[in-house]
Write a protein that binds this ligand. Structure first.
Ligand code: UDP
Length: 463
């Protein structure tokens, strides 16, 4: 056994600057800090002020769009290119800045969307760890494409599902649209595949999932995707409670109307409210927004709907007047706080991976309305594999009609399936808590990582 170090290991986490990426990476930083590691978040100038987490340092790097971030870029392609060029340079400067201090950087934990960060780490002779923010099942699909085992375009029909080792058969509606039609989102597809471009050189690979949830899926591609499952990356308060004061992620790109939501929810009976959110990026079509709105207008359901200001014009004009006695529409909320509120009976979600993991971790039954990309696969697992929700079926134009939405909502809140869904939700919540709790599957992986960091830092100090 090597003698343990004197110098504290220092990790830098580097998220892609979107809400669904900052949250899990920042949470990982907090977990590591709670185990005696110095943790710093490196994020773009535009997002630096949105991140404030106790005990975590924040350092700016540049994506080349310091005033407005992604919105300033012409398109996804030019944004990623600019982030790569400017990000590599400024990340390098950051590593340099700490080099001769008492806390040199030991390891860069980079968002798998930013594989160039590994090259930067290695140029400086420090460790590099890739962190995947998608489910293991989704990572497995892209891994097979990268390996050439699955050719693009992927042909999948409902009577001829996609069969991959370790995964349930996937129907056409269960796979990301752009692998069936690669020309539809070429830049995004290229980015998803670039996650694997240099992965064999990474010192560590992590994913925001846990052994009990997706151990089988992860194992099926372990040779080319040797990820340690360290999730769920949800603030400690909602899981093991071991990190004092860790009640929120500590990052918000929009201002949450927390007090307003909590006050309103306090007036509602237990499990009576449907919480509806489509995350930070999805823009529903006007037609889809109307169908959801009509369903809420026609029913007696109480609801809390997050609709960003830029989306609000899609609501029918009479909507707010017709529903204000039992519904609340807000531009952004503290989602965890809402999901943990006893008045909430179900989570209507777009099935972004963080929302899925949060719903599972807090044991909230879900109504799945996936929109694109990984959300389709996440929805499949929510309904069919974990049994924690019901998925709304789309019509031939890709729209979930109001009758369908209402049917699924009632099914989850009070219908035939509600009891079994609630039971499963409780089961997965307990398993999630177990995974991050002391000696849990994720906790052990994190401890192993911390030990490896200490050994690396110890060795370096002696050199
Ligand atoms: N979120 C939030 N308030 C809201 C809506 C979402 O804090 O009103 C958070 C949510 O808790 C999650 C993240 O935003 O952590 C969204 O990530 P996800 O992967 O679910 O979806 P994306 O926004 O990436 O599509």
């Amino acid at each position: 056994m090597e003698e343990m170090q004197t110098r504290t290991p220092h990790i830098v986490v580097l998220p892609y600057p979107g809400q669904g990426h900052i949250n899990p990476l920042l949470q990982f930083a907090k977990r590591l800090a709670s185990k005696g590691v110095k943790a710093t978040v490196a994020t773009t100038h535009y997002t630096v002020k949105s991140i404030q987490a106790a005990g975590i340092a924040v350092e700016p790097i540049s994506d080349g769009f310091d005033q407005g971030g992604f919105t300033q870029a012409q398109n996804e392609d030019s944004y990623l290119k600019s982030f790569k060029d400017n990000g590599a340079k400024t990340l390098s400067q950051l590593i340099q800045k700490y080099r001769d201090t008492s806390l040199p950087i030991t390891c860069i934990i980079y968002d798998s969307f930013l594989p160039w960060a590994l090259d930067v780490a290695q140029q400086h002779g420090i460790l590099g760890a890739s962190f995947f923010t998608n489910s293991a099942a989704v990572c497995a699909i892209f891994c097979h494409i990268h390996n050439g085992a699955l050719a693009l375009p992927v042909n999948v029909e409902d009577d001829e599902p996609l069969v991959l080792p370790g995964l349930p058969p996937l129907k056409a509606c269960d796979v990301p649209g752009f692998i069936k039609a690669p020309e539809s989102y070429p830049a995004y597809l290229a980015m998803k595949l670039s996650q694997f471009s240099n992965l064999e050189k990474a010192d560590f690979v992590f994913a925001n999932s846990f052994q009990e949830l997706e151990g089988k899926e992860a194992k099926s591609v372990a040779k080319s995707w040797p990820a340690k499952l360290v999730g769920p990356m949800v603030p400690s308060y909602y899981l093991d409670g071991r990190i004092e004061g860790d009640k929120g992620y500590g990052a918000s790109l929009w201002k949450p109307l927390s007090g307003h939501c909590t006050k309103w929810l306090a007036t509602k009976p237990p499990r009576s409210v449907a919480y509806i959110s489509f995350g930070s990026m999805v823009e529903l079509t006007s037609k889809q927004t109307e169908e959801i709105a009509y369903a809420l207008m026609r029913s007696n359901v109480q609801f809390l709907w997050v609709l960003r200001d830029t989306e609000r014009h899609k609501l029918p004009t009479q909507f707010v007047d017709a529903t204000e006695h039992r519904g609340l529409v807000v531009s952004w909320c503290n989602q965890l706080e809402v999901l943990a509120n006893g008045a909430v009976g179900c989570f209507v979600t777009h099935c972004g991976w963080n929302s899925t993991v949060e719903g599972l971790s807090l044991g909230v039954p879900m109504v799945a309305i996936p929109q694109w990309s990984d959300q389709m696969t996440d929805a499949k697992f929510i309904e069919e594999v974990w049994g924690v929700g019901v998925r709304c079926r789309e019509d031939e134009f890709g729209v979930v009609k109001s009758e369908e939405f209402l049917f699924c909502l009632k099914e989850v809140m009070e219908g035939k399936k509600s009891e079994v869904v609630r039971r499963n939700a409780r089961k997965w919540r307990d398993l999630a808590k177990g995974a991050v709790g002391g000696e849990g599957s994720s906790d052990k992986c994190i401890d192993e990582f911390v030990t490896r960091l200490k050994i690396a830092e110890n060795r370096r100090e002696k050199e």
